[in-house]
Design a protein around this ligand. Structure first.
Ligand code: NAD
Ligand code: UD1
Length: 339
């Protein structure tokens, strides 16, 4: 297939583009580079030995999207482009709704105009909200999200549901990611956050490489075995393969129209202290950390029920926790300042 990947220069996007190329898809990346570097695409080309068509642009720019669809015969779209910092979204809600919700509306409108009917959307476990009981199953009703970021994911899933009801030819898959970490095993591409990392693994990696003094573990008084929060961490290359599996599923189900959702996670929950211990194994040294107060909005523990993706997409997260840590450390130690 010829696949348009919005946000394809970003963390998950770049790993997915590499995986798509390995599966002989051809790829057009559309990204405004607001949170990424063109170097990621260059490295993907080097690693794959294939070329990627890169177009710098904003998904809120319908005229530019229209040009893109006129110039390229796109079969399917994977839509990663979004702003994703939960804390920042509470400070800049309008920018988040504009970028994530309006951007998705523009893309859907232009896809409809050009009758491109295969769509894969980056959703998140955050859509289950604060009330859901883990393991999270796709049948759980969408909850109250704690942030504007989370609300944008719920809204776009809802827009997709309404859109497919009105447009019989359209076929959409929303993938609800749990906690993607790790990097491609080459150490050439990985997560490269701007400024101080918000997420656990990028922070740990920067402590290990000497850019930060120590990790603050947010809360050790939760109702979990060791008192720290538990999450379902999955390797970004497994997640990337989940996108290829979703495209394959669309291709193999030509009579499907509508919207489907799938959780992408391992089904296992791991605590912050267990992550630190696993990272130390890959790093070969101890990691400096301290316990700090809870971070507002954090839930004690959640993980995926991934059986729907296992059975229907024939997808399973395969890489171990140690592999996630080894690959994170390889990427960070080879690229201490990112791209
Ligand atoms: P990222 O920031 O690395 O990638 C997003 C990419 O989209 C960046 O390259 C950015 O420049 C681009 N972009 C943003 N707004 C754009 C716009 N208006 N027009 C064009 N390009 C734009 O983030 P990521 O971690 O790779 O996340 C990808 C997607 O997955 C996002 O939709 C995110 O919300 C979702 N997601 C991520 C996680 C996670 O833990 N990383 C978890 C659940 C869901
Ligand atoms: C966060 C977002 C979630 C988003 C996901 C991926 C919140 C409340 N949730 O999930 O919506 O989909 O990122 O982008 O922000 N931790 C520390 N010290 C740190 C950083 C994190 O102890 O410096 C802990 C956190 O308390 C949490 C765990 O590590 O228990 C994982 O944190 P993080 O990587 O930010 O992911 P989530 O909070 O699960």
């Amino acid at each position: 297939m010829k696949v348009l990947v919005t946000g394809g220069a970003g963390y998950i996007g770049s790993h997915t583009v590499l995986t798509l190329l390995a599966e002989n898809h051809s790829v057009v990346v559309f990204d405004n580079l607001c949170n990424s570097s063109i170097e990621a695409i260059k490295r993907v080309e080097r690693l794959s030995g294939k070329s990627v068509t890169f177009i710098q642009g904003d998904v809120c720019d319908k005229a530019q999207l229209n040009e893109l669809f006129i110039g390229h015969d796109i079969d399917a779209v994977i839509h990663f482009a979004a702003l994703k910092a939960v804390g920042q979204s509470t400070q800049m809600p309008l920018e988040y709704y504009q970028n994530n919700v309006y951007g998705s509306l523009c893309l859907l409108e232009v896809m409809q105009l050009h009758q491109v009917n295969n769509f894969v959307f980056s959703s998140s476990a955050t859509v289950y909200g604060e009330e859901a009981q883990p393991p999270y199953l796709e049948t759980i009703k969408l909850g109250t999200t704690a942030s504007p970021y989370g609300a944008t994911k719920v809204m776009v899933e809802r827009i997709i549901e309404d859109f497919v009801k009105a447009n019989n030819a359209f076929r959409a898959v929303s993938l609800r990611y749990f906690n993607p970490i790790g990097a491609h095993e080459s150490g050439e591409i990985g997560e490269d956050p701007l400024g101080i990392p918000n997420n656990l693994l990028p922070y740990i990696a920067q402590v290990a490489v000497g850019k930060r003094d120590k990790l603050s573990i947010f809360g050790n008084d939760y109702d979990t075995e060791d008192g720290t929060c538990k999450r379902d961490y999955l390797h970004v290359m497994d997640l990337a393969q989940g996108h290829v599996a979703a495209l394959d599923w669309l291709e193999n189900n030509p009579n499907f129209n509508g919207a489907e959702v799938f959780n992408l996670g391992t089904g296992n929950a791991v605590s912050v202290l267990e992550i630190v211990a696993a990272f130390e194994q890959a790093y070969g040294k101890t990691l400096a950390y301290e316990f700090a107060p809870r971070r507002s909005g954090d839930l004690p523990a959640f993980w995926a029920d991934a059986s729907k993706a296992n059975s229907q997409l024939n997808w399973q997260a395969k890489r171990s926790l140690l592999q996630m840590m080894t690959d994170t450390w390889r990427w960070q130690s080879n690229n201490p300042n990112g791209y």
